[in-house]
Design a protein around this ligand. Structure first.
Ligand code: OAD
Length: 264
């Protein structure tokens, strides 16, 4: 396949390659993407589950749907393991080809696969964040499993609130903690955003994997790289909103294409 060979040549010649990923890289780990048929937003629409106000309203009017959302999402993240795509990216970092990964994903599968320099634009599903002081607390697999089991049996608002008070850790400052993830209408973590912009400026090649590119400001990252003359390579089974701006589009699944790209 000529395009694949051309991409390999580009990566080999590159001095600073940055990978930009979205939900598609984790699809082969069993985590559905957000958009499209069978996507997370099809079952749990963003107006009700993707932003803070929607979640509060859903909690008031349909608490069982919020319960199902938390249990489904929690189980998905708990059971997922890195796939050949994540592993290939980590391997490319070890070989010195890839310098960093900028991801919109909250599943931590890049880190699990061995990637070290990971910029997480949308947070981390495995952590809590204090809403008052911003301090973060890691949640072990066992703690996450316990949270899911507590929530699984709630039947209404009152029992839900009682369980939440039991399972949500409190911060030393007395503040309430929440999952460390970014919802729609919320700002990105400033430090991560600045790191992402800096990496986009530094790279001469950007490998874009498994993202529709429609969510901003994350979707700006490939354009920042392109404005700085980076060469854009995209891996996706379908064209995305970014495809027409990329130099090379490799049609295919991350788990099939990335191990091949890393073979050099
Ligand atoms: P999307 O669901 O919008 O897009 C997933 C992309 O992955 C699509 O372009 C698919 O074609 C592609 N894809 C599917 N399977 C793949 C595979 N095996 N290998 C490679 N690509 C594959 O997900 P994101 O672009 O990540 O934000 O969505 C961006 C943001 O929107 C998310 O971080 C989330 C969401 O709302 C927030 O929640 C703030």
């Amino acid at each position: 396949m000529e395009i694949l060979e051309e991409a390999k040549r580009r990566l080999k010649a590159s001095k600073y390659t940055v990978v930009f990923t979205g939900a598609g890289i984790s699809a082969e780990s069993g985590i559905p993407t957000f958009r499209g048929k069978g996507g997370i937003w099809e079952k749990y629409p963003p107006p009700f589950f993707g932003n803070p106000i929607g979640i509060i309203l859903s909690f008031l009017f349909t608490p069982r749907r919020v319960r199902d959302f938390i249990v489904d999402a929690g189980e998905m993240f708990l059971n997922a393991e890195p796939n050949r795509g994540h592993i290939a990216i980590a391997e490319m970092e070890r070989k010195g080809i890839v310098k960093s990964v900028i991801t919109q994903n909250i599943d931590s599968l890049h880190e699990k696969a061995g990637s070290r320099n990971v910029v997480k634009l949308h947070g981390n599903a495995g952590k809590w964040r204090c809403m008052r002081c911003g301090k973060k607390k890691e949640s072990s697999k066992e703690e996450m499993r316990a949270v899911i089991e507590e929530i699984r049996t709630v039947s209404g608002r009152v029992s839900f609130i009682q369980r939440l008070r039991r399972i949500i850790p409190s911060c030393e400052c007395g503040g309430i903690m929440r999952p460390d993830v970014v919802l729609f209408m919320e700002s990105l973590p400033m430090r991560e955003w600045e790191r992402a912009v800096s990496e986009a400026h530094l790279c001469d090649t950007m490998l874009i994997v498994g993202t529709s590119g429609v969510v901003y400001p994350a979707g700006r990252i490939p354009f920042i790289a392109k404005n700085n003359r980076a060469f854009l390579i995209e891996v996706n089974p379908e064209p995305s909103s970014l495809t027409s701006f990329t130099e090379l589009f490799i049609k295919g699944r991350a788990g099939e294409i990335l191990p091949e790209l890393g073979r050099m």
